[in-house]
Structure formats: structure tokens, C-alpha cells
Design a protein around this ligand. Sequence first.
Ligand code: HEM
Length: 261
Amino acid sequence: MDSAPLIRDEEVFLRMNLAERIQHWLLISTFFFLIVTGLPLFFYDVKFFKLLLPTGRSFYVRGIIHRVAAVLMIANLVWHLFYAALTRRGRDNFKEMLPRWKDVKDAIELFGYNVGLTRFLQRRGIGKKFFQKHPYWLFEKHPLYGRYNFVEKFEYWALGWGSLVMIFSGFFMWNVELSLRLFPLWVHDIFIIIHGYEAILAFLAVIIWHMYNVHLSPEVFPMSKVWLTGKITGQELRLLHPLEYEQVLEERRKTLSAEAL
Ligand code: HEM
């Protein structure tokens, strides 16, 4: 069936509304300040960071900025939780973000598709009978995604889990007396270690993984503008989220046939 008239390639769809974009901007800026004011402490032995914070005063201001950014990050997270619980769109997005069995299958299929090992073996005549019987394992097609693909879901939940770890450990680093009243010193030391290494993990995940997915990946290069405009085109919906595209198409078909009756 020709779907062109039902969804035009130039048609504009809303992917992130203003509230969602503000949450994302707040996340970017608080994360930036937390990294910039946190890492110099973690790497204080490195000369460069010592030069960045030459005086006791600059060191003190760094700590204040870190705490202000931490409070704003927590406020943003609370806003996001209320948004996800109390608004229709927030609940729908949240449901779409829940991990499903299909995500595991998609991850395996994408890996198999990208590596192409089974197709290579088949071309060489290895395992011919097996692949005739089980063509699935040739991974000939790229998996089809809905509103959120497994990478986006993984990033979302990693961010949620990472934020909880940073907030919990950061809270006790902020309130040392309370921490030492509740836990032995070695537990407090573990909070500091976890906070520092989780920060490095988060930093690397953002600059390598997230930046690749939203900037460098050939599908969106030089940059997905969704975080700025909140919009994607019908063509992007069709190529990047084909199952959601099908859903919209199906709804429109139904509306059309209801109108025709
Ligand atoms: C993604 C978020 C965060 C990142 C990337 C981050 C990063 C860091 C890093 C790298 C350090 C140095 C750790 C060390 O010396 O080994 C640090 C220290 C600290 N962080 Fe965070 N942090 C984050 C969130 C938070 C939050 C939410 C809080 C408070 C609830 C917090 C409170 C603190 C405190 C009190 C310190 C001790 C040193 C100081 O800044 O005075 N952090 N942070």
C-alpha cells in the first residue's frame, strides 16, 4: 500500500516538547558544572588541575558551584519524576522507555548485523544447512525500532541509576558528620571512591557513547537537532523509528476509514 499521502517526508512530528527539552538542557548544564568542578578534585595530583585551582579561594568556590549544581540536578530529577507520573505524555514516554525482551533481541540482532560474521561464514559455504534451516541467524536486516531503541533506553536507565548513586554518595560526602555517625570510616571512604569513579564512568559514557549517538553516528551526523527544536521529520520517523511510524500510519488509516463510513 502507498503510504506517501498519509505521512509526508517533510511533515513535522514533535519528539521532545518544551518541558522535556528544558529538563534535558538543565541536565546538560548541571552535568557540565558537576564534572568541571568535581574532576579537578579527583585528579588533584595532575599539574593542570592544580593550575586551574591555584588558591584556597578558587578551591572553595569550586565546592560551592558543585553543591549548587548538585541541588539543581536533584530538583531537575524530581521534576522529571513528577512529569513522568502526573502528565499523560510523561506516562506514555515512561512506558515506552521500559525495557522489553525485544530490546535484548534487537541488541543481539544489531550486533550480528554489524559484525556480519554469520553472513561471511555462509558465503564461504560454512554451516550451509544450518543457515538454510535457520535464516534468522544470518542477521540480514537491521532491527526495526519503535519510539525508543535499546541504546536510548539503556542510556536513560543508566542515567537514572547513575544519578541515584551520585546523589546517595554525594549526600554523605556533603554531610560528613552524619555519615560518620551512621557508618564506619571505611564505608564513608567507599562513598568517596564510588562517587569519583562513577563520575568518570558517566563522563566517558556521555562524551564517547552519547555524543556518538547524537552527533557522529551516520544516521544523524552532524547533529540531531531534536534537543533544540524538539522536532523530527516524517522521513526521520520512518528511517529511525519505523515501528512508531507504522503506528501513526495505522491510526491515520483507521481515522480515514472511520470518516469514510
Ligand atoms: C553526575 C553528577 C556528579 C558528578 C559527575 C560529580 C563528580 C564529582 C567528583 C569527580 C568529585 C571528586 C571525588 C573525589 O575527590 O574522589 C566530587 C566530589 C563531591 N561531590 Fe559530586 N558529582 C556529582 C553529583 C553530586 C551530587 C548530586 C552531590 C550532592 C548530593 C555531590 C556532592 C559532592 C561532594 C560534597 C563532593 C566532595 C568534595 C567537594 O566538592 O567539596 N556530587 N563530585
